[in-house]
Every structure is written in C-alpha cells, then in structure tokens.
Design a protein around this ligand. Structure first.
Ligand SMILES: *[C@@H]1O[C@H](CO)[C@@H](O)[C@H](O)[C@H]1NC(C)=O
Ligand SMILES: *[C@@H]1O[C@H](CO)[C@@H](O)[C@H](O)[C@H]1NC(C)=O
Ligand SMILES: *[C@@H]1O[C@H](CO)[C@@H](O)[C@H](O)[C@H]1NC(C)=O
Ligand SMILES: *[C@@H]1O[C@H](CO)[C@@H](O)[C@H](O)[C@H]1NC(C)=O
Ligand SMILES: *[C@@H]1O[C@H](CO)[C@@H](O)[C@H](O)[C@H]1NC(C)=O
Ligand SMILES: *[C@@H]1O[C@H](CO)[C@@H](O)[C@H](O)[C@H]1NC(C)=O
Ligand SMILES: *[C@@H]1O[C@H](CO)[C@@H](O)[C@H](O)[C@H]1NC(C)=O
Length: 343
C-alpha cells in the first residue's frame, strides 16, 4: 500500500620555544591547541595521540600541512574535542595494507579508514579529507571483490558537528553515520570523480545507519551513487539545502535486505534539494524475494526538489535487486506509509 498525498572555539597558540632539539610531529603543550605537522612518514600515530590526549582540547592541522595517513584511525571514545583541519588529511592508497587492516562492518560488507566516536566533538577548519580514490576506482574495475574503505565514519557518537570541510576522492562511501545521535554536517563539499575510464562507483555522500537526530545541510555533492541514503534505523533526519550532481538521488534504503532483521526509516524531511545529472531524484528502495528481511518506512517528506536532467524523478521500488518473478512470488515485507512529495 502506498498512500500518496500530493501535495570560537578559543585557539590557544603557545609561543614558548621547543624543549626538544628535534622537531616533534606533535607540538603538545599543557592545554589548549596541539598542532600537528607532517613527519614525512605515517602521521596516523601522532594524530591518534593528540586526539587521545585530554590536554589537547583542539587538535590543529594547519593550512599547508598534509598529514599522510598510512594506518587506520580508531578515534572512538573521543571526548570534548575540536579537530581543526585547515590543511589536508590524506589516506595513502596502499591497497594491500587497507585490505588487511581497515575496520570492517558486517552491514553491506563495509570497511573504513577512520572511526570517530565519543561525545561533544567538532571537526571543522576549511580543510580537506582526501581518500586518494583514483587508485581504488582503477583497482575495483580490475577486481570487483576489492573492498574499498569509507572515507569518514562516525561510530558510536553523540553530539558531533562536522562543518566547513571538503571531502575528495573517497574510494567508496564518503560519510557513514553508524550508531550516532545528534550529528550535524554543514557546508560540506564532496567530490568523488574519476579521471580515468573507471567510474567512481558506490561513492554515496552519506549513509545513515542505526542513528537518530541527524542533520545534513548546506552542502555540495558531486559523486557517483546516492547523494544521501537512509539505511536501516535512520530516524529523525533533516536534509536541507543540498546541490547533488551526478548522483543516484536521495534514497530511503535499501531496506529489508537481511533475513531476520527489521529495518525502520522514520521521520525524514529532505527539503530544498537541487538534483542535477542524476539517475534518480527522490527514491525508496526495498528488497523482496525469498528469505529477505522486513521493515517500515514511515513519515518521509521530499520537499522542494528542483531536478534537472534526472532520469527518474521519483522512484518507489519494492522489488529492489529482485527479479519480477521472485518479487511476485515473495513480495517485499517492507511497508511504506505516509510519504509526501511537496513542490
Ligand atoms: C577502538 O579502540 C577502542 C579503545 O581503544 C577499542 O575498545 C575498540 O575495540 C577499537 N575498535 C575497533 C573497531 O578496533
Ligand atoms: C555539544 O558539543 C559542543 C562542542 O563540543 C558543546 O559546546 C555543547 O555544549 C555540546 N552539547 C551538549 C548538549 O552537550
Ligand atoms: C564553507 O567551507 C569552505 C571550505 O570547504 C570554506 O572555505 C567556507 O568559508 C565555508 N563557508 C562558510 C559560510 O563558513
Ligand atoms: C545553501 O548552501 C550554500 C552552500 O552550499 C550556502 O552558500 C547558502 O547560503 C545556503 N542557503 C541557505 C538558504 O542557507
Ligand atoms: C556535474 O556532473 C556533470 C557530469 O554528470 C559534470 O560534467 C559537471 O562538471 C558536474 N558539475 C559540478 C558542478 O560538479
Ligand atoms: C531497528 O530498531 C528496531 C526497534 O528498536 C529493532 O527491533 C531492530 O532490530 C533494529 N534494526 C536494525 C537493523 O538495527
Ligand atoms: C514526521 O517527521 C517530521 C520530521 O521530518 C517530524 O517533524 C514530525 O513530527 C513527524 N510527524 C510525526 C507524526 O511523527
């Protein structure tokens, strides 16, 4: 059944001279700002150390500095932290390393470079997160079993704001919000575009999973899959003022993929969305077939979509990834109700 209705932080810079003769990659002082510099090798240990240090209320990566990340970043359990990225955090495309060492999630066989979790965290600064995706797009074209890491993952977090950041060349999903509460993204600029013949596939802008009260606003996205996707148990979500280019749309789902699981997407408002050169505009996708899961999609509003060159402006697909025969025999167990499309 598809009922339709028309319708300052104060940065403290210390001027004291260096105590050590050799410059340390981490200039950490008693309290306040700890400034990272590039070491010429793996900068992940210094970045982890600064974020874990409660005396560094701000961890700064200055403009002009590129941190080379050559090992995974587990920043779960971070408290009261300002990560001020004015420069660049760049993930080294060592495919063998990440294949063996990235964080992994059972959900849709995802992997991640970086987990940021905990409480009361701001990540901002006008700088860039760079996933070095080209090597991954080319590798994936040769070996489709290659698991490409997500660029940025918020995991088990409450009260996190990410703003004024560019995210470029993500190998796969750009942002994953997994078990988050009260999470806000503002003024994010995403670009995941291949320069070879191999497309930047599965480069979703945001995937929201098992998370509540998430805001994504005022952002530009140029990518090759969903602009924003509401995965199982994404609730109370506001998406507003986005320009999505080249994407697969703003999507609920896919839901009902896994046997025995119950997937809820409820209370979503997506408003003021400019969708260009896209496969879809507003989309809901749920699996059918023998042995799939179940779910509920309820109270979803797509408001003020301006679409240009979009193949399917509105899609409701309850036979997602399912043949017509199987879908007829084993229809979707995901119920969809109270969906509004407003001009
Ligand atoms: C991340 O680190 C925390 C604490 O150091 C640890 O408990 C947790 O298991 C680690 N998470 C992963 C996914 O490795
Ligand atoms: C959320 O985090 C910000 C910045 O870390 C902090 O200023 C604010 O007080 C926190 N809000 C709550 C409700 O704890
Ligand atoms: C938005 O973020 C960019 C960096 O990506 C920054 O240059 C710009 O000043 C930010 N805009 C606002 C209004 O803060
Ligand atoms: C929409 O977002 C853009 C940044 O992409 C920003 O410049 C603009 O001010 C925002 N508009 C409103 C009404 O907030
Ligand atoms: C939008 O995508 C098209 C291709 O689909 C590309 O040619 C164009 O440069 C993109 N524009 C922006 C602003 O990213
Ligand atoms: C979603 O939430 C419901 C209700 O809390 C729970 O029963 C279900 O297991 C959750 N599903 C997933 C995929 O986390
Ligand atoms: C429907 O969702 C919107 C958020 O998009 C929320 O403001 C509203 O309260 C919800 N309505 C109900 C009846 O829960």
């Amino acid at each position: 059944m598809l009922p339709f209705r028309a319708t300052a932080v104060l940065s403290v810079y210390f001027l004291a001279s260096f105590a050590a003769a050799t410059p340390s990659p981490l200039d950490a002082r008693a309290s306040g700002t700890c400034t990272l510099t590039s070491s010429g090798s793996d900068d992940a240990p210094a970045f982890l150390k600064a974020v874990a240090d409660s005396s560094c209320s701000t961890v700064a990566i200055p403009a002009g500095t590129t941190l080379s990340i050559q090992s995974k970043l587990n920043m779960t359990g971070t408290l009261d932290k300002h990560i001020n990225v004015q420069g660049t955090v760049k993930f080294n495309p060592d495919i063998d390393y990440w294949t063996d060492n990235s964080f992994s999630f059972d959900f849709q066989d995802q992997a991640a470079f970086w987990l940021l979790g905990g409480k009361n965290i701001v990540l901002d600064g006008g700088g860039t997160l760079d996933g070095s995706g080209q090597a991954w797009y080319d590798e994936f074209a040769k070996h489709s079993s290659t698991v490409r890491p997500i660029l940025f993952t918020i995991f088990q977090a409450t009260n996190v704001t990410v703003q004024n950041i560019r995210m470029i060349n993500g190998p796969e999903w750009i942002n994953f919000v997994n078990e988050g509460q009260d999470i806000t993204f503002r003024n994010i600029s995403i670009s995941a575009v291949s320069t070879s013949k191999n497309a930047a596939k599965n480069t979703d802008g945001w995937d929201i999973f098992r998370s509540d009260n998430v805001v994504i606003a005022d952002s530009n996205i140029d990518n090759g899959d969903d602009c924003v996707s509401f995965k199982p148990n994404a609730t109370n979500i506001l998406v507003s003022n986005l320009s999505c280019n080249g994407s697969h749309g703003i999507s609920v789902g896919s839901l009902g993929q896994y046997a025995g699981e119950y997937d809820i997407v409820q209370n979503v408002l997506a408003t003021n969305i400019r969708m260009s050169n896209a496969q879809n505009g507003a989309r809901i996708k749920a699996w059918a077939g023998k042995g799939v899961g179940a779910g509920l999609v309820k109270n979803i509003t797509f408001d003020g979509f301006v679409e240009s060159n979009v193949d399917n402006p509105v899609v409701i697909d309850q036979c997602y990834m399912t043949s017509a025969d199987d879908c007829a025999k084993y229809p979707s167990n995901t119920y969809i109700q109270d969906v509004w499309f407003n001009k």
